[in-house]
Design a protein around this ligand. Sequence first.
Ligand code: PLP
Length: 302
Amino acid sequence: MPTLADYSQGAAFVRGQYLPIAEAAIPITDWGFLRSDATYDVVTVWDGAFFRLDAHLERFARSCESFRLDPGLSCAQITQVLEECVRLCGLRNAYVEMIATRGQPPWGSRDPRQAVNQFYAFAVPYVWIANEAQRAQGLNLVVSDVQRIPASSVDPRAKNYHWNDLTMGLLGALDAGGDTVVLTDGLGNVVEGPGFNLFCLNAHGVLVTPAQGVLEGITRRTVIEIAQAAGWPVEQRTLPVAELRGAREAFVTSSGGGVLPVTQVDGQAVATGLVGLVTQKLLDTYWAWHRDPRYSRAVVYG
Ligand code: PLP
């Protein structure tokens, strides 16, 4: 007797078919795999509702355009696929990824224009980029010597899998006893880390986040909107390493956990070394906005 598919660990959409996550695979010849020739986006489901799905779909469309990739599905069709992945696995808190790859040109051709682009998606349990203890105490962030891939080489505003700089930086940071890493632009300014943007509340009480050489994170945007609604000054500009070290507070932002406090930089306490009040307020409001119908869209589980 055939056994029922087990979607409890997640569900994927591959070439028009839904599969349990453990069975989902892409062809080895897809340039998405062979050349990191792909773009993607990650939206979350929290308490049974997508958070800022429209913003993620818009960014995904812009990323596809930037890399000359065509997912072959409209935003409404992508929404249906993502919803079906979540519905199949029944997860109330999920990490939901959509991917467009170059696919494969006909044999013998190396012309990317001849490739048939592919669309993939999956939903798995919610991913936190920091564990519970790190979230409570704050992260020890290491400033890496590794330079983030320049924006003139790969557009960082288009979400991409060119992660070797981030991964090598992270390995170095973990070896040094840190929790995670931030890369620089090679000119003494911090940019971003593996899966997150960075903010500090500087010595003058201004929230500063790097403007260049970064993905414009949806969580970053949410934090900027929360701060602006509260009347707090925010500056999007270059952020020198020295300004980060002398900050009153620091935190990183990601769909994988929201607002995540940073209490040490290279093992040295940021101000008191405790989670800051502004960080806590932003963190609380970030989660409160998940219940706001302006930003959330309930999943119909059926
Ligand atoms: N920067 C990079 C390189 C990322 O990969 C991510 C997310 O994965 C972010 C920043 C944060 O973006 P978001 O807040 O949209 O998750």
